[in-house]
Design a binder for this molecule. Structure first.
Ligand SMILES: Nc1ncnc2c1ncn2[C@@H]1O[C@H](COP(=O)(O)OP(=O)(O)OP(=O)(O)O)[C@@H](O)[C@H]1O
Ligand SMILES: O=P(O)(O)OC[C@H]1O[C@H](OP(=O)(O)OP(=O)(O)O)[C@H](O)[C@@H]1O
Ligand SMILES: [Mg+2]
Length: 283
């Protein structure tokens, strides 16, 4: 079977998490900063380390079969690729931001203004949808300094904590797009068995990340109440203890309602609660 190629960011915000995800999928490869292509020793796959801007086109054109890249870059490059899986990292939003002392108050006030951005395609589309015309000034980075230099009235750039906006005297004005890292593939290749195998592995790692393994002890008389709080994947595992009045319950809990669930379990009589990370969940 043909060896696949997956393109990931060489260095930058998505590099570390992309490498970690592939390693957690059981793929074994060297990660030297100097090598731009790395073979996987235990799967027919090669990893290409690229600038993130180039990844969507490499995948569209079939130079790479798969890629990991931010949704923002996919929309900006306007390529035709398949979205195979959202990956839960690299979360940020593309926002229009204005100086703290700006007179801009409503969307309509952007009409005729100069907006600096590294995302001219997405911004143009947004302005069109809102029937606005602005002077888009395309720059490749450090967009946040442009209003202070008198180059623009507003900016359109990625924001996550908002720290960069704040330290440049800017405030968020309106959201244009929210984005996270996604696994993409070449259109029409989705059914390739190797691609399907990789998607399954990625999904099992993501499912595991979203859940915790919990072991707790409870008196048999309180078991029913505890079971009601713990759906598990099918249902919880109940194990007898040496003391016959007690049992141990094993189950998985979604990370998002973890603390709420733990306090409900304690109120229902759970004791000695042990929480463990999960490596993979294969359904
Ligand atoms: N502040 C942020 N928080 C979270 N994710 C972000 C943030 N900034 C960018 N990202 C996401 O990470 C991706 C890569 O960001 P990075 O800043 O490393 O890109 P870059 O400078 O264009 O890198 P390259 O050298 O590969 O072209 C972005 O396209 C976006 O999807
Ligand atoms: O809201 P914050 O958490 O402050 O993040 C926002 C900043 O992060 C990104 O740049 P990055 O730091 O990746 O540098 P770059 O412009 O060199 O890519 C983005 O372009 C913003 O400048
Ligand atoms: Mg880039």
């Amino acid at each position: 079977m043909k060896t696949l190629k997956i393109a990931i960011q060489k260095s930058g915000r998505l590099n570390e998490k992309s490498v970690e995800l592939l390693k957690n999928c059981g793929l074994s490869f060297e990660n030297y900063k100097s090598s731009l292509i790395s073979p996987v020793s235990n799967f027919p796959l090669e990893i290409l380390f690229l600038r993130d801007d180039d990844i969507p086109e490499y995948v569209q054109d079939g130079i790479a079969d798969l890629g990991i890249v931010g949704e923002n870059v996919i929309y900006e490059t306007g390529v035709e690729v398949s979205f195979l899986q959202k990956l839960g990292f690299g979360k940020c939003s593309l926002k229009i931001a204005i100086p703290n002392n700006s007179s801009i108050q409503s969307l309509g006030d952007l009409d005729g203004k100069a907006i600096a951005t590294s995302y001219p395609v997405i911004l143009e589309k947004f302005l069109k949808q809102n029937k606005l015309k602005a002077d888009i000034r395309t720059i490749s980075g450090s967009v946040e300094i442009s209003p202070g230099l008198g180059m623009s009235d507003a900016i359109c750039d990625l924001v996550s904590t908002g720290g960069t906006l704040k330290s440049n005297g800017l405030k968020p004005f309106t959201d244009v797009l929210s984005s996270e890292a996604v696994l993409i593939g070449r259109k029409g290749e989705e059914d390739n068995p190797l691609i399907q195998e990789l998607i399954q592995r990625v999904q099992s790692v993501l499912r595991a990340k979203e859940t915790k393994y919990v072991v707790l002890n409870v008196e048999r008389k309180n078991l029913e109440a505890i079971e009601k709080l713990l759906p598990g994947i099918k249902s919880p595992t109940v194990v007898s203890l040496a003391d016959e009045a007690w049992v141990a319950v094993h189950t998985v809990i979604p990370e998002r309602d973890f603390w709420e669930r733990i306090s409900e379990l304690k109120s229902a009589g759970a004791q000695g609660i042990v929480v463990l990370p999960i490596e993979k969940i294969i359904l």
